[in-house]
Design a protein around this ligand. Structure first.
Ligand code: SRM
Ligand code: SF4
Length: 575
């Protein structure tokens, strides 16, 4: 019996099922008039710092989230004041790239409209927090003047497309990297709403120009993420995406891409139907005779998810659940039916790491790159280092581009030989080089999500706490003579997994204030997810556990064996 018959699912050629019992967000999307809703009216309402409930769903598609300062909820409630509402805005930067001029614009926009901190995200873009409602339009207009937008960085659409950041990854990095922008454009919603609402542009005279054959009026059932990896460095965590593309490069020529589907990390505590999943590789598409086939395959993978993804339960709506419900073979058959061609068998690939190349590196063309360490991707001036001022000064030279990495870092990039010393002087002046060299391997390989005080879903701290916990873990590593180990450690304030903790060697997932599930056994390359080791640990319990585990690791590991692999061999997970 075929997989299709076994699973009692529609044959590939059948009409997609009509879904009933739609979730409330589905109705909001459908009646939104191309994501316009009542956003214009909400923005004009001066009685509240918030926007209407339906508009809160819609504004995400424009790249913004309504939030409030959770640290101040109690104080505001006591004074009978409404919550201190503000907005977070996220830029669309396919492959994570800014010119120095754009960085300068971002620096000033952040200072004038937000908390001032520029947050580099795990998907290679930047977010600003704390924007009051009245500052949204001026912010978007200022971004627009800098050639930047926030379209589709949130919402049930294709999100910021990530791509292996470092030009050292391949001599044809530029060629592969260009696909991030191409794919972002291919899957960008067609509605003109963004331009009308935020930039005061006239309505389109001809409505048919915004007809959207991909998203129609339903958009996707849920967010959709695409990442492009370039072996051997998997710093984008390519298999955690709904759709992962792995560049196949032979003899310095781009042959095509392996296609992997169904990655995703979000889970919900206490809901066993939700789970983290790495994408399954389903085939290869050549680009040697042009990229039409590749783009067609990407587009149709999205249309299948549009038609078959779960629209009743948003917890089960990501592509990974569609793939597991119908099976990868069915997905491939349906894809072949829609594209008119079969995928070729996947090509062999080897990933060996997921690191950022800190410090100075030179590429094959002789250009220089400096990767500073930016803890949790937060660019600000604090008591440790004046990172924000230093980066502004670097940008003002006009001699370095800004490339973001999937590890919440940035690379000062494409610096010519003659300009290197000018940049170096600035980095030295502000202590950036010392700051980067001083940070431990553990710290440099850590990620923490935003969590409190802005994230409404946070159950525990992450970016405000992980640096403090790392101080203490560093002491344990020193005690066991393991200080040079670059163990990949990630923390999130809830199980949604924004810092990709399930793909870490040590993952901490918040359960309640001050408490975390500890996950172990993930590998160094991002090819094996971890598992829960112990639940609901407080700091003292975390340190107690790690003390014992590090002792065993030091004593019994094989030569060169990574912590995650050792933990896997020891079966350090809950049965
Ligand atoms: Fe995320 C929701 C922050 C990467 C899975 N994520 C959120 C929200 C918007 C909370 C909300 O819905 O109100 C967070 C905003 C916090 C704040 O105050 O800024 C948030 N996610 C982030 C960022 C900023 C974390 C960071 O510190 O870097 C990352 C922004 C990426 C970007 O630039 O687009 C971020 N989020 C991720 C990732 C990692 C990735 O994509 O590589 C994941 C796991 C991969 C995945 O999608 O499966 C992730 N975020 C989620 C989920 C769970 C989705 C699910 O399938 O269940 C949510 C909750 C939701 O969508 O309902 C969420
Ligand atoms: Fe918020 Fe949870 Fe994402 Fe952290 S993992 S940013 S707490 S949704």
């Amino acid at each position: 019996m075929s997989e299709t018959q076994q699973k009692n699912i529609p044959s590939a050629a059948a009409e997609p099922p009509r879904q009933t019992n739609l979730s409330p967000v589905e109705r909001i999307k459908q009646k939104s008039d191309g994501l316009r809703g009542t956003l214009k009216e909400s923005l004009q309402n001066e009685v509240t710092g918030a926007i209407s409930e339906d508009d809160q769903s819609l504004v995400k598609f424009h790249g913004m989230y309504q939030q409030d300062d959770r640290d101040r909820r109690e104080e505001r409630a006591e004074k009978k004041l409404e919550r201190l509402y503000s907005f977070m805005i996220r830029l669309r930067l396919p492959g994570g790239f800014l010119t120095p001029e754009q960085w300068i614009a971002l620096h000033h926009i952040a200072g004038e409209n937000s908390t001032g901190t520029i947050k580099i995200t795990t998907r290679m873009t930047v977010q600003l927090h704390g924007l009051l409602k009245a500052r949204l339009k001026p912010t978007i207009k200022a971004f627009n003047q800098a050639g930047l937008d926030s379209i589709a960085t949130c919402g049930d659409v294709n999100r910021n497309v990530t791509c292996a950041a470092h030009p050292l990854q391949s001599e044809i990095h530029e060629q592969v990297h260009a696909y991030a922008a191409k794919i972002s454009e291919l899957l960008k919603p067609k509605t003109h709403a963004y331009y009308e609402i935020w930039l005061d542009e006239e309505k389109l005279a001809d409505k048919s120009q915004e007809e959207d054959p991909l998203y129609q009026d339903r958009y996707l059932p849920r967010k959709f993420k695409i990442g492009i990896g370039i072996p051997p460095n998997n710093e984008v965590d390519v298999f955690t995406n709904d759709l992962g593309l792995v560049a196949i490069i032979e003899n310095k020529t781009l042959k095509g891409f392996n296609i992997a589907i169904g990655g995703g990390l979000g889970t919900t505590h206490g809901n066993p139907e939700t789970y983290a999943r790495l994408a399954t590789t389903i085939g290869f598409v050549s680009v040697e005779k042009g990229d039409d086939k590749l783009l067609k395959a990407i587009y149709e993978i999205a249309t299948i998810q549009r038609d078959y993804g779960n629209r009743s339960d948003r917890k089960l709506a990501r592509l990974k659940y569609t793939v597991d419900k119908f099976g990868t073979e069915w997905y491939k058959e349906e894809l072949a039916r829609r594209t008119g061609f079969q995928l070729e068998p996947p090509r062999p690939v080897t990933f060996t790491d997921r690191i950022d190349y800190y410090g100075w590196r030179q590429n094959h063309k002789g250009l220089w790159y400096y990767t500073p360490f930016i803890e949790s991707g937060r660019v600000l001036d604090d008591e440790k280092v004046a990172m924000k001022t230093a980066l502004l000064e670097v940008a003002q030279t006009g001699k370095a581009n800004f490339r973001f990495t999937g590890n919440q870092n940035l690379i000062l990039a494409d610096i010519s030989k003659k300009d290197k010393s000018a940049i170096e002087k600035i980095l030295e002046k502000y202590g950036i080089i010392q700051h980067t060299e001083k940070a431990s391997a553990l710290r440099k390989n850590s990620i923490a999500c935003v969590a409190l005080p802005t994230c409404p879903l946070a159950l525990a701290e992450a970016q405000r706490y992980l640096p403090v916990l790392i101080d203490k873990i560093e002491e344990l590593l020193a005690k066991h003579d393991l200080s040079d180990e670059n163990i990949i450690t990630r923390m999130t304030g809830c199980p949604n997994g924004c810092g990709r903790p399930y793909a870490a060697e040590i993952g901490f997932v918040g359960t309640a204030p001050g408490h975390y599930n500890m996950h172990l056994t993930g590998d160094h390359e991002g090819l094996r997810l971890n598992k829960v080791y112990k639940e609901n640990l407080d700091e003292a319990a975390i340190l107690r556990e790690l003390d014992l585990l590090f002792w065993l690791y030091k004593k019994e590991r094989a030569t060169g064996e990574k912590f995650g692999d050792f933990a896997w061999r020891q079966r350090w997970y809950k049965p």
